[in-house]
Design a protein around this ligand. Structure first.
Ligand code: ADP
Ligand code: MG
Length: 255
């Protein structure tokens, strides 16, 4: 396998006396679809929160493309190319669908804070580019028809797609999706699986996702990390994981 784009070592996080995540390590290559599974409360979301800079891990290192990015806050992680969605969609409900995409990109235009910047040609060029990218991603996700509607009016499945579009508009190299299929109907789930594979194929990004739907996990993942009570109990290709006795006992056994 090629060198890891995302490399995590010794990641641990406690809340009070609760050790939510203990000594997690993972390597994900560019082009890889990587699932994180495990029972509720296993620590999956906490791992994503630590990797994406929403929590500062108690200990451990995160490297992106060989560079140490441990402990950076989420907006800096995003600027370095690592973005994530949340277990429940977090959209700006009063803004339109298009505006939700523009806001995401503005968070990247840090130079917009310089005095006089808004009247500069470079700003207007950046604005134009942001608008073009927003439209392009709406079209890509087949959300173009909803561009001017408040995001709160989107059907739930479309809100989920908008969240992914917003991530993609930031031009990530690593995309983390926390339970992207939760609340989707079967045909939306199939569409999501195709989308994940398409994003990987077309943009060569690494995609990590947390998911409970085993047919989706087994169907599209290159590798799977299985967590239970904060710890990694297995990591490998779908066939290896499926055959692992610890996994069967801890997780798949009750399917
Ligand atoms: N912000 C927090 N404060 C306190 N406890 C938390 C917090 N976030 C998660 N936990 C606890 O950490 C454990 C792992 O949670 P989480 O990472 O959300 O699990 P999962 O995503 O696998 O369901 C759970 O026991 C949860 O209650
Ligand atoms: Mg979770």
């Amino acid at each position: 396998m090629s060198a890891a784009l995302l490399e995590v070592r010794g990641l641990s996080m406690s809340f009070g006396g609760l050790r939510a995540v203990e000594n997690i390590a993972l390597d994900v290559a560019a082009d890889e679809v990587f699932a994180v599974i495990g029972p509720n409360g296993a620590g999956k979301t906490t791992v994503f929160n630590c990797i994406s800079g929403f929590y500062k891990p108690g200990s451990g290192r995160v490297r992106l493309d060989g560079k140490d990015v441990s402990g950076l806050p989420s907006h800096k992680m995003a600027r370095k190319g690592l973005v994530r969605t949340f277990q429940s969609p977090r959209l700006f409900k009063k803004l339109t669908v298009l505006e939700n995409l523009l806001v995401a990109q503005h968070q990247h235009l840090q130079t917009a804070l310089l005095p006089g910047f808004f009247t500069m040609p470079s700003y207007r060029r950046a604005e134009k580019a942001a608008l073009d990218a927003a439209h392009q991603w709406l079209d890509f996700m087949e959300l173009g028809a909803y561009a001017d509607r408040p995001s709160s009016q989107l059907p739930y499945g479309h809100q989920r797609k908008l969240e992914i579009a917003r991530c993609m508009a930031a031009g990530p190299r690593v995309l983390l999706l926390d339970e992207p299929a939760a609340g989707l109907n079967p045909s939306e789930k199939r569409e999501l699986q195709q989308l994940i594979l398409q994003l990987r194929a077309q943009f060569g990004i690494a995609i990590l996702f947390i998911e409970h739907d085993m047919s989706m996990v087994m169907g599209i993942s290159d590798r799977i990390l299985v967590m239970d009570r904060g710890q990694a109990i297995a990591c490998g290709a779908p066939d290896e994981v499926r055959a692992n006795p610890r996994v069967i006992k801890a997780y798949l056994g009750d399917e």
